[in-house]
Design a protein around this ligand. Structure first.
Ligand code: MV4
Length: 491
């Protein structure tokens, strides 16, 4: 493998290019017409235009991307996240073109793409799962019977969904038949697959996921957990590693369960196994994401392992370089996703020019982005501008470090979620570690954000005054001994 094509754009394309270059690989970028001057294009050694701005005409065009790889003599394709990264048919087409897909097999992608098939496949491997229907439900009678057995509230999920898409909470048997009919028709039109199933609804769960790496030689490692409970409408906002609540015992049990999930589908590459965790620290397998995740940097920070480098090495056929006992958690890392959205206006996505864009920098601060000052934020793609990542010895130090970094991140021209991130990091529920997936819905309003800003402004003023007065006493500023040179000069 000498040359790889990155089938993506933005921060993740830049992040992958950086590692590929460090490994001595040449890089081909692909870009849409609107991205011709984008950072990922300039960072690459070669770049191929694959179509107009809409992703359906560019970054989602498997045929054009594979053509670009063949034209430029690339040996492999890295899909990044989003776009084509979890389409089994793309992985398959890449292989059929004689190229290496940097990721798992089409079969593993396909299997995990179906939540029901995934649950069925891992059932034999002693993986804890939320009580529910083991197969697709079509008639309301069966659904009522299952719900009766597991108890309300229940959650209807689309098998082809994932990431919270197509979920419905049902509190009573009366509501179940109609909700089910809606869920089926919604799933049919959204995914082309009307299969739905039922699970007991865990009301205040935490969303904790395990990073795994698996090589082609049958070895699988877990790289500990990421806590992803701070999300807004299924869009993650803050992720951290490790989780504030896991004990070493539960961490190991979850890690080993995640490894068994990976083994159940003969997984290869980097992957993430999602769990729900309740307040008793019971954990339940939800789904497996067969791609590099947005939040992978927090795992890199606490393990010191470059996940993209490992993806590439695995695709090159190398065995993993570590045994499980070699891996340890070093300190604490937090990631804040910075979106071009207005937290004061229902997170309305914004476009426009970045008239000022200055990153924070220093030890323990990492910014993964694909923007520069002066660039336009286009309407066509994800509104995420950047990921601000910090690493410090402890969780509290990491929170402080993040607040400091936010203070030194200057973005003008579009509103961003930086103030929202600061709100969360200052909030007692977050700082104490006592939160669940309902944090944002429970605690955030624009009014609460304004109030917190005002309160912290007052505290800052008090602290400044106190410090000033204290220092005045300590320093014993000489009051009557000052030089009177100017009087002398006058005289
Ligand atoms: C659940 C759940 C509670 N009970 N399943 C959301 C993402 C997808 N991977 C599965 N998700 C959930 N599945 C059961 N049985 C809670 C979530 C969930 C969630 C649900 C509603 C609102 C916000 C949420 C945030 C994270 C997880």
């Amino acid at each position: 493998m000498k040359k790889i094509l990155i089938a993506n754009r933005g921060e993740i394309a830049c992040r992958i290019i950086r590692t590929a270059h460090q490994m001595g690989l040449d890089v081909v970028a692909v870009y849409s017409e609107i991205d011709r001057a984008a950072p990922h294009v300039r960072m690459a050694d070669e770049a191929v235009c694959i179509g107009p701005a809409p992703s359906s005409e560019s970054y989602l065009r498997a045929d054009k991307i594979i053509d670009a790889a063949l034209q430029t003599g690339a040996d492999a394709i890295h899909p990044g996240y989003g776009f084509l990264s979890e389409q089994a048919s793309f992985a398959q087409a890449v292989q059929q073109a004689g190229l290496t897909f940097i990721g798992p097999s089409p079969q593993a992608i396909e299997l995990m793409g179906s939540k029901l098939a995934a649950k069925e496949a891992v059932a034999k491997y002693d993986i804890p799962m939320v009580p529910g229907s083991p197969h697709a439900l079509t008639n309301p009678e069966e659904a009522l019977a299952v719900a009766e057995e597991i108890g309300y509230p229940v959650l209807i999920k689309a098998s082809a969904g994932g990431g919270g898409k197509g979920m419905r909470i049902v509190h009573t048997p009366e509501a179940l038949p109609q909700q089910m009919a809606r869920a089926i028709s919604e799933a049919q039109s959204a995914f082309g697959d009307g299969s739905v199933f039922i699970e007991k609804f865990i009301t205040q769960p935490r969303h904790i996921e395990i990073q795994i790496l698996a090589d082609r030689h049958g070895h699988t490692l877990y790289l500990f957990e990421r806590e992803c409970s701070i999300q807004r409408r299924h869009q993650k906002v803050i992720e951290e590693a490790p989780s504030a609540i896991l004990t070493p015992q539960v961490r190991q049990a979850m890690g080993q369960a995640a490894v068994r999930v990976a083994q159940a589908c003969q997984y290869e590459g980097a992957g993430t196994v999602e769990f729900l965790v309740d307040d008793q620290l019971n954990f339940y397998f939800l789904e497996m994401n067969t791609r590099l995740q947005v939040e992978h940097p927090v795992t890199e920070m606490i393990t010191g392992i470059d996940l993209v480098a490992e993806q590439i090495r695995i695709a090159q056929g190398y065995p993993l370089r570590w045994k499980q006992e070699d891996l340890h958690i070093d300190g604490h890392s937090i990631e804040l996703r910075v979106y071009a959205e207005d937290p004061f206006n229902d997170f309305l996505p914004a476009t426009g020019q970045l008239t000022r864009y200055e990153r924070p920098q220093g030890p323990g601060i990492r910014v993964d982005d694909g923007y520069e000052q002066g660039m336009e934020v286009p309407i066509y793609y994800d509104p995420m501008l950047a990921k601000l990542i910090v690493h410090a010895p402890t969780r509290l130090a990491a929170i402080r470090h993040m607040l400091e970094a936010i203070q030194h991140y200057h973005i003008e021209g579009v509103p961003t979620t930086l103030p929202f991130g600061r709100f969360v990091l200052r909030h007692e529920a977050f700082r104490s570690g006592q939160f669940d997936t309902n944090f944002v819905a429970q605690h955030f309003t624009p009014e609460a954000l304004r109030q917190q800003d005002e309160q912290f402004g007052k505290i800052a003023a008090h602290v400044a005054l106190h410090t000033f007065l204290g220092q005045q006493n300590e320093l014993h500023l000489p009051r009557n001994t000052r030089s009177n040179w100017w009087l002398k000069r006058k005289a």
